[in-house]
Each structure stands twice: as structure tokens, then as C-alpha cells.
Design a protein around this ligand. Structure first.
Ligand code: 13P
Ligand code: SF4
Length: 316
């Protein structure tokens, strides 16, 4: 009997399928995606890769909004996710009816939504952005004199607002993983490692962002570990990212930012429970059976595609 990874590779090849994985899924899925001709990346590059690849089927190891984004950009392709229940607290915090009413109340504002949203919310938006592109898109809109309605992540929105001084009205969603990082415990840890660089994903609270040497998307954080001069880093993002960081910088020391401290509800819980639902077993099962297919209403798809395409063109 061949190994499960060999079986997945054989199924991918037989079905003309490609595995597209996020940095937060398990190391074994990340290795498999790269070895089988797919990609491991941040959410922006996952979307771009899916659109440009020639495979007929895109298998997404990540969360639901990533599968939906792949389908929106490649409606002619079959898109499968490994577990239909793998969602995201930001997506869940922003339901279309409530969000649409909010947009209607502020019709003078340009609607900018984070990629971590449903297809319907993207369809209601003027622009979709990712953590790697939000600052530049908002700067661009501000230069055009636009007022912005931002959703759903209040922390990322607050960070972008502070950096750009744009007029931004914020929806109040949050990421349950990044919200748990604690500034007081991080400051203590930093005092014990005074030479360490502190790298923070902007879904974290402002008090944590304030302690950062670099704030950026998952790709920006990985590049920082590789390129910056520090030998030690304290990392405030999902710990699934450590696999790629160790690969690109094997000699550096990586420390998880603390999720303990005042008001903490766990010692170290920096891992997304929905990303953890992606496994080799459900990967094989999904490709074999073709289950968990993403389907999006055609008119929703067309509208959402326009908002995402603006981003892809802007960042090309
Ligand atoms: P990136 O766009 O930086 O990959 O982030 C996606 C995400 O879900 C972070 O929690
Ligand atoms: Fe959503 Fe946070 Fe999980 Fe990213 S880490 S998928 S933002 S819940």
C-alpha cells in the first residue's frame, strides 16, 4: 500500500487537479502542495495561482473564503475544499443582510472588504483587499478623495486607518486567533529577548501592533525572518507559519508571541481551529470523491469577480 501522500499525488494527477495551500495549514499539507506542483502562499497569491494555473480542478487547503475566492476567479474550474465547515470568524462576523443594510446607510462611502468574507459580501463591495495590499489600496482611494466603509476586521481596519489617515468607518469583526495575542505578556517576553525582532500580523490588536518591529501579511512576515538581520524573532500570527519560516531561515530562533497575560483564556492558542480541520485524510477523500465542491450563484460570482479583479490588477 502506498503512502497517503503518494495516493494524493496520484489522485491529483489523474484528475488534473492542483493543491493550493495556505501557510497556516499543517506542514505535511504544505510540503505536499509544493511537491505536487501546487503552491503554499498567502491568500492573495493563492487566488492568483488558482486563476493562472491550467488544472481543471483546484483543491484548496485553507478555509472557505479561500475556496470561494478561487471559484470567483475561475468559475469554469471545479473548486474543492477539504472541509466545508472550515470557516473564519471574520467571515462569520459579517453576514450579508446586516452588512448590506450598513452599506445602504453609508452610501456615500467606497466599500472596501477584506478577502476574509463570503462571496456575497465581496459582491456588495467596491474593492476586495488582503492584508498584503490593504494599505496601498486605501492610500490610493484616499488620494482620490474617497471616504471608506471598511469590513470586517476592526483591528486591520484600525491599523490601516492609523497608517493612512484615511476617513474609514469600521465594521466591528475580529479574528479569534490574532485577537488573543496579549501586549503585556509580549512586552515581558521582549524584555527577556531584547535583540529579538517582533513580527506582527495586522489582524492583531493595536496594543500588540504598537510593539512590532514589522507589521505585515503572512508573506511579509516570512520574508522578514529570511531577510532581516536579527537572529531571533517573536512572531504574532498563527503558528502554522513556522514551517515555512524554518524552511527559509533554518538557523534563526523563532518564538511564539504569548496568548497569555491579563485577561487571557489560554496559554498558547495561536492556531486557527478552522485551518486545523485540513488533514491529509480529508484531502485524499475530497479529491477521490469530488465532495465539498464550491458553488456560487452566477450573478454573485460576476459582481465579486469585479471587486477582486480590481485588486489583482492593482497589485500586478
Ligand atoms: P494573509 O492574507 O496574510 O495570508 O492572511 C490570511 C488570514 O486568514 C490571516 O489570518
Ligand atoms: Fe480567519 Fe483568523 Fe483563521 Fe485567518 S486565522 S482564517 S482570519 S479565524
Amino acid at each position: 500500500m502506498s503512502s497517503i501522500t503518494d495516493q494524493i499525488k496520484a489522485e491529483l494527477s489523474a484528475k488534473n487537479a492542483v493543491l493550493v495551500a495556505h501557510y497556516y495549514v499543517s506542514a505535511e499539507l504544505q510540503v505536499l502542495a509544493e511537491e505536487s506542483g501546487g503552491i503554499v502562499s498567502d491568500s492573495l497569491e493563492m487566488a492568483r495561482f488558482g486563476q493562472n494555473c491550467t488544472a481543471e480542478t483546484i483543491v484548496v487547503a485553507g478555509v472557505k473564503f479561500m475556496g470561494e475566492t478561487a471559484k470567483i476567479l475561475s468559475p469554469e474550474k471545479t473548486v474543492l475544499v477539504l472541509d466545508e465547515g472550515a470557516t473564519c470568524s471574520l467571515d462569520e462576523d459579517c453576514q450579508i443582510d446586516e452588512f448590506s443594510a450598513f452599506c445602504d446607510q453609508h452610501a456615500d462611502r467606497t466599500v472596501v472588504v477584506y478577502a476574509n468574507t463570503s462571496a456575497e459580501v465581496k459582491a456588495r463591495a467596491d474593492w476586495v483587499v488582503t492584508s498584503g495590499s490593504a494599505l496601498n489600496v486605501v492610500k490610493h482611494l484616499k488620494d482620490q478623495g474617497k471616504k471608506i466603509l471598511w469590513a470586517p476586521d476592526k483591528h486591520l481596519g484600525n491599523y490601516v486607518k492609523n497608517e493612512t489617515n484615511a476617513d474609514m468607518l469600521l465594521w466591528q469583526g475580529s479574528c479569534v486567533v490574532h485577537e488573543r495575542f496579549k501586549a503585556d505578556a509580549l512586552a515581558n517576553l521582549k524584555a527577556h529577548h531584547p535583540k529579538a525582532g517582533v513580527l506582527v500580523h495586522p489582524e492583531s490588536p493595536q496594543s500588540v501592533v504598537d510593539l512590532a518591529d514589522l507589521v505585515g501579511s503572512t508573506t511579509a512576515l516570512i520574508n522578514a525572518v529570511r531577510d532581516r538581520p536579527e537572529q531571533t524573532f517573536i512572531i504574532a500570527t498563527d503558528n502554522g507559519i513556522f514551517h515555512k519560516m524554518r524552511e527559509v531561515a533554518p538557523n534563526k530562533t523563532l518564538i511564539e508571541a504569548p496568548t497569555a497575560g491579563q485577561g487571557a483564556d489560554c496559554e498558547s492558542c495561536a492556531h486557527c481551529e478552522w485551518m486545523a480541520m485540513n488533514t491529509l485524510e480529508n484531502c485524499l477523500d475530497t479529491i477521490k470523491t469530488g465532495k465539498n465542491e464550491i458553488n456560487i450563484d452566477i450573478s454573485v460570482n460576476q459582481k465579486a469577480q469585479k471587486s477582486i479583479q480590481k485588486l489583482l490588477d492593482f497589485t500586478a
